[in-house]
Design a protein around this ligand. Structure first.
Ligand SMILES: NC(=O)c1ccc[n+]([C@@H]2O[C@H](COP(=O)([O-])OP(=O)(O)OC[C@H]3O[C@@H](n4cnc5c(N)ncnc54)[C@H](O)[C@@H]3O)[C@@H](O)[C@H]2O)c1
Length: 293
C-alpha cells in the first residue's frame, strides 16, 4: 500500500512542490492549508492547480493551530505550515507564535495521539541568529534567535526535541536556507528582482553590493531529482526518501542533503545548509561525500 503523508502548508511554495514530488512517486497525500493572508490566496490556489487534478491528492482548508487534522491512515507528517518572514514578524509577533509555535505543538500532539512516529518539521536557518559568521557552521548552537519568526522556529525545534525524547518519535527538523525557484514566495528577493526585471523596472540596490548570500533551489530542498522532477543535481530517489521529506524508508536520525556536484547545493556547500536533527540533537555522524546519511 502507498504511504499516506499529511503535508501542512500544502498550498505554499515549498509545500506544493513537496506534495507534487510525493504524489509523483506514488504516495497518497493529504494537504492542509489555511490560506494565511501573508500573501494572496489566489497565488496559493494556483500552487494547488496541478495537484487538485491528481487522484492521489486530497486537500483540506484548515488551520493547524485550531482545527482537527485529517490523520486517518497517515504514516508520516510533513509540517511546513507557518507564517514566514523575518521582518513581518516584528509587526505582529503574537500571530507568529500562534501559527508557528502553537500550530507546531498541535501537529506534534495530534501525530503522537494518532501513533504517527515520523514527523518532518520545516525550520529555518534564521534560528542561528548572529551566532555564526558566514559561512554558517551548522553545529553552532542556535540559542539566541534575533526575531520573533526565528524564535518561533527554534521553539518548534525544541518542542520537537521534547516529543522525540518523551515518546520516541522520529522528528527531523530541516533548517532551510532561503529557497528559490518557480512559485517562490512573493516577499523574497529573487521573486521580487525577477518581477521587477520582467516589468522593465529598475532593481534597487541596498548596501554597497558586496553582500553575498547562498540559496537553495526548490528541487534540492524537496529532495532532488528523484521525487522533485529534476533539477537537483545527481540526487536519487532513495536519497530523497532518506532525507525525511519522503514517506518511505527507515527513520533517519540525520538526513544530510547531498545534492551532488556543482553549484546545485550552494547553501550546504558554504553555509552548512539544511540540517536534519532528530528532535534537535546535534548530528551524531557525518555523511561520506556523495552518500545520504
Ligand atoms: N522559503 C524559504 O526560503 C524558507 C526558509 C526557511 C524556512 N522556511 C519554512 O518552510 C516552510 C514553508 O515555507 P514557504 O516559503 O513555502 O512559505 P509559504 O508561505 O509559501 O507556505 C506556508 C503555507 O503555510 C500556510 N499556513 C500558515 N499558517 C497556517 C496555519 N495556521 N494553518 C495551516 N496553514 C498555514 C500558509 O497559508 C502557506 O500556504 C515554512 O515553515 C517556513 O517557515 C522557508
Amino acid at each position: 500500500m502507498s504511504p499516506r503523508v499529511l503535508v501542512t502548508g500544502a498550498a505554499g511554495f515549498i509545500g506544493s512542490h513537496v506534495c507534487e514530488a510525493l504524489v509523483g512517486r506514488g504516495d497518497e497525500v493529504v494537504g492542509v492549508d489555511n490560506f494565511d493572508p501573508f500573501y494572496a490566496r489566489a497565488m496559493k490556489e494556483r500552487n494547488l492547480d496541478g495537484l487538485r487534478r491528481q487522484p492521489r491528492f486530497r486537500f483540506l482548508e484548515a488551520d493547524v493551530a485550531r482545527d482537527p487534522l485529517p490523520l486517518d491512515g497517515v504514516t508520516v507528517v510533513l509540517h511546513l505550515a507557518a507564517k514566514p518572514g523575518v521582518r513581518p514578524s516584528l509587526e505582529n509577533p503574537a500571530s507568529y507564535s500562534e501559527a508557528n509555535v502553537t500550530g507546531t505543538v498541535r501537529v506534534l500532539e495530534a501525530a503522537r495521539r494518532a501513533a504517527i512516529g515520523r514527523v518532518v518539521f520545516g525550520s529555518s536557518s534564521s534560528v542561528y541568529g548572529d551566532a555564526t559568521p558566514a559561512p554558517f557552521a551548522e553545529e553552532t548552537a542556535a540559542v539566541w534567535p534575533i526575531s520573533p519568526y526565528a524564535a518561533s522556529k527554534r521553539a518548534g525545534e525544541l518542542m520537537a526535541h521534547a516529543f522525540a525524547h518523551l515518546y520516541g518519535m522520529h522528528i527531523a527538523c530541516l533548517r532551510f536556507f532561503t529557497v528559490y525557484g518557480p512559485r517562490q514566495r512573493p516577499d523574497l528577493a529573487i521573486h521580487r528582482f525577477t518581477d521587477l526585471i520582467a516589468r522593465g523596472s529598475p532593481v534597487r540596490m541596498h548596501g554597497d553590493g558586496s553582500a553575498e548570500r547562498d540559496y537553495t533551489y526548490i528541487t534540492d530542498c524537496v529532495g532532488g531529482g528523484g521525487g522533485g522532477g529534476g533539477g537537483g543535481g545527481d540526487c536519487r530517489s532513495d536519497q530523497h526518501r532518506r532525507r525525511g521529506a519522503g514517506a518511505a524508508g527507515p527513520p533517519d536520525r540525520v538526513g544530510r542533503a547531498n545534492s551532488g556536484a556543482g553549484g546545485a547545493d550552494r547553501a550546504t556547500s558554504r553555509s552548512a545548509g539544511r540540517r536534519a536533527v532528530d528532535g534537535g540533537r546535534p548530528a551524531p555522524r557525518r555523511a561520506p561525500a556523495g552518500l545520504p546519511a
